[in-house]
Ligand binder design. Sequence first.
Ligand code: OAD
Length: 260
Amino acid sequence: MNVTLELVADYIANSRKIAVLTGAGISAESGVPTFRAHGQSKSAQAPLWEKYDPSELASASGFKRHPDLVWQWYDWRRNLVENVSPNAGHHALATLEKLHAPRTFTLITQNVDRLHHRAESQNILEMHGNIVSFRCFDHHHQAAEVERNLQSPPRCNDGQCHSKLRPNVVWFGESLNPAVLNAAMAAARQCDLFLAIGTSALVQPAASLPYIAREQGAKLVEINLERTALSENVDAFLQGRSGDVLPSLVDLVKAHPRPV
Ligand code: OAD
């Protein structure tokens, strides 16, 4: 019996409001490369953009300098994420949300791959937007359908706009959507249990959410392959792949008597 796993299942079963923060690690088992792992993103299919620092391309100035290259990079990434499937970790979080109902469960993700949506989680906050929907660069008009495999960004067809389309992601140097950020902060402040899963907990403001939760008295749990900057501060650290740990937790929560 894993004592820490039992303890966390107990936290989950007895909590009223759960907030979860996920990062690239939860999608790793689906085949989406994480951000800070070395050498994983090298691919023969992506020779052009790999000559560049991703933070240079993932920015408004990068898009202005190299619109075609940035468009093709995101097109490649969109194809990648649409051709993989949610893994056992994504599915386990969707199940936990159902098991927890009608109590509050907020899933805050830094991921832009939409895999939590495809696993049918419901209450999702995408802190960094997503790469499968688009808006225009100048006026933020949302685009409906966008063709694949284009060499250059298509133009907005809202009235006379004609501005270039860009993905609905938050680029380096850009502010987060204030409504999403406020909702994430509120979830962190109000929860009594916070789970940080598959994130290096380095990129702000997402990295501050576990600390906000803890300051308000929430229990803090981390699930990760390895220890991170956050690990010293948690009530429980579950080391392992989220696709293994989360389904085991779900099994324990299912077997747990519900509090009255
Ligand atoms: P990182 O790549 O920084 O961290 C991924 C974390 O997942 C690491 O701590 C790994 O140890 C862990 N990990 C890897 N595989 C795992 C697995 N199978 N199970 C559990 N843990 C695993 O990714 P993020 O923390 O998501 O921002 O990075 C945050 C932000 O930095 C991203 O959203 C992106 C980037 O700049 C934007 O694009 C705006």
